[in-house]
Design a protein around this ligand. Structure first.
Ligand SMILES: [Cu+2]
Length: 118
């Protein structure tokens, strides 16, 4: 019988702690948004370079670049970063975007198979 009471008390405590977590969760403000950007590139090395550069931007949650369509899909916290900042980060590692052009010097230093400009 004592065991039953202890079990009931433990169950109550568990319910209370769960309720507390739920309440604090409600105060989180959702600012997660999706975005698309055309990014020039040529191969799998480009894909890794582009995605790594984007994921390095603080506030970015997800980044995927499609080699066929040249389309970069991102998911980020709009309270912490922007499409503008993401585009700049991509251009900085040598890839032209809709919004920014990479420095010729940075572009020229890319691996031979990554040179996408005509
Ligand atoms: Cu490449």
């Amino acid at each position: 019988m004592k065991k039953m009471i202890l079990f009931a008390v433990a169950l109550c405590l568990l319910t209370i702690s769960c309720a507390t977590v739920e309440t604090t969760g409600e105060t989180t403000v959702e600012t997660i948004v999706d975005g698309k950007l055309t990014v020039q590139g040529a191969c799998g090395m480009c894909k890794t370079r582009i995605e790594e550069a984007v994921l390095d931007v603080s506030g970015v949650i997800r980044a995927e670049w499609d080699q066929e369509t040249k389309e970069l899909t991102v998911q980020f916290d709009s309270g912490r970063t922007s499409m503008n900042a993401i585009s700049k980060a991509v251009a900085e590692v040598g890839h032209d975007t809709d919004m920014d052009r990479a420095d010729d010097e940075v572009y020229a230093a890319l691996h031979e198979c990554c040179l996408y400009r005509e």
